[in-house]
Design a binder for this molecule. Sequence first.
Ligand SMILES: Cc1cc2nc3c(=O)[nH]c(=O)nc-3n(C[C@H](O)[C@H](O)[C@H](O)COP(=O)(O)OP(=O)(O)OC[C@H]3O[C@@H](n4cnc5c(N)ncnc54)[C@H](O)[C@@H]3O)c2cc1C
Length: 374
Amino acid sequence: MTALPAHLEELRRLARGWAGDLRAAALDLDRDPEAVRHLLDLPAVAYLSTRIRSAERDDTLERAVLVEEIARGDAGLMMASPGPSMTGVLVDVLGSPEQREWFHDRLVQGPTWTSFALTEPERGSAIGEMGTTLTPQDDGSYRLDGAKRYIGNASRASVASVFARVPGADRLGVTAVLVDTADPGWTAEPLPTLGLRGARIGAVTLDGVHVPAERVLGRHLPPTRRGMWGILAVFNRLRPSVAAIALGIAGSAHDYVAEHRKELRGEELARFEKLGRRIDATRLLTHRAASAVDRRPADGYLASAAKARACELAEDATRSALSFFGPAARLEHPLLDKYARDARGVEFMEGTGTMQRLNLFQGLHTGRVGRAEV
Ligand SMILES: Cc1cc2nc3c(=O)[nH]c(=O)nc-3n(C[C@H](O)[C@H](O)[C@H](O)COP(=O)(O)OP(=O)(O)OC[C@H]3O[C@@H](n4cnc5c(N)ncnc54)[C@H](O)[C@@H]3O)c2cc1C
């Protein structure tokens, strides 16, 4: 097992205690993603809603530990929860003290959903292709136009971060802004999905949304710390958390087999134990990746390795778990069926395995990450 500092072991124990409640609510939320509104008092949901932390302390490892345990309870409910989520990480890295205060003020007013809007229809999440524009206006403010797709909590969010290109900037000249979704020009509607239905991913239309200059993130930073550097630092911090969601899903499937097939023997027992060892090894890689990003935010090669490996594991683990229950497993064990659907969904978050392997290859090729580390 991973040797974690005592305070993270304590957090892990606390979050593990929340799993029962989350599992009990998982299928209701899968059937009706809006059921989250009746689950806001669950300790895990309440904790995620108000988890505001000091931007001075790097917490990628802490988030990975917390997220794995909550996702092991239910990944859908973890993603359905209000709270700072991915926009919180973005604001920590690129926000000024005043922007952080504005954002956190919104969060403490009550359960507040946030969205992180990068991906676009027809263009995906490739930054060089981005079509959403942030056009300067004569009074110093900006106008936001474009469309986003597959955005978590889009129709629930009252605050969103949106990535856009300032016309005339080069291909990689992308800027992130904070948007109050009550402002005219923002519309969002949920999309039907098979996996991670709690996340309620949606399509967003941006039609002349007014963005005051003070909501443009990174303006106070030196040019070398904003733009692509800042955005990559955010993605590097987020990837270990996505790996942790995948690990949580794999853990749920493993727990399900342990609970419902207590008399395993022979080949089945060996297969079950091997899966457990794979989960432990992937957790070790995820924690090393998170610590590497905490030490050096530009160091995202291990984070890519962890994300790719954990997503592969989640799919293998959920398929393997189904095979312990015979050919009708998906019908007779709806929770396991849900885990398998969720595992497929997580593969696409924060870049597919193919993109993570390409990133890792760059690290291996340039010697920035050693073969033995992955
Ligand atoms: C549950 C869920 C939640 C999400 N939440 C959000 C959110 O909150 N905000 C947001 O902005 N987005 C979100 N997304 C969208 C997600 O981040 C993107 O779909 C993801 O990053 C993949 O990017 P893409 O669509 O550009 O696909 P691509 O990266 O283009 O990949 C498409 C396919 O082509 C393959 N491929 C791509 N390039 C290559 C290559 N060079 N060589 C070989 N194969 C290649 C990929 O492996 C993949 O199979 C979410 C998606 C899901 C499923």
